[in-house]
Design a binder for this molecule. Structure first.
Ligand code: C2G
Length: 133
């Protein structure tokens, strides 16, 4: 199994997608988006550095290994390098990686509703709604 993500400001949606991905096979490796890749995509750096994000994800019990994802376009190389039989992504990516189905199974898992890194950052910085409990 292989999956990819930024995993910034790690939250319950992250741990659930990792645990559900790990249940589909016996070994889950996770590509953590580099700081540079995030900057290129979102014009801002993550709250936590790539080393910190790698350390957090590497310490999740269902995760067997982590590596840095330097480029979104290199997914095919990462799948081959990691010898992954299944690529798992949250369903915000549905359809985006179907072109890899010649070398691995591609599975999209439903996202956990009502939690996101962006909403947490907005809440903490005072820009978002307060939770009800
Ligand atoms: N996720 C989830 N539920 C949430 C939030 C996130 O299931 N409420 C999942 C996402 O669908 C993704 C993983 O957690 O599978 C990591 O999410 P992000 O850090 O937002 O990853 P992203 O920046 O979308 O990945 O090649 C992909 C890139 O690395 C980017």
């Amino acid at each position: 199994m292989i999956t990819f993500g930024t995993f910034d400001v790690f939250h319950v949606g992250h741990v659930r997608v990792l645990n559900r991905a790990a249940e589909l096979g016996d070994r889950l490796v996770v590509g953590i988006s580099s700081d540079a890749l995030n900057f290129a995509k979102k014009a801002r750096y993550p709250v936590f550095t790539q080393d910190e994000r790698m350390e957090i994800v590497a310490n999740i019990r269902s995760v067997s290994g982590v590596f840095i994802e330097e480029s979104l376009e290199a997914k095919r190389d990462y799948v081959v390098e990691q010898q992954a039989a299944v690529l798992v992504m949250g369903d915000d990516w549905t359809g985006k990686f179907d072109s890899l189905s010649d070398i691995c199974e591609v599975v999209y898992l439903p996202r956990t509703p009502s939690v996101s890194t962006t909403a947490i950052i907005e809440l903490i910085t005072g820009g978002g709604p307060l939770p009800e409990s």
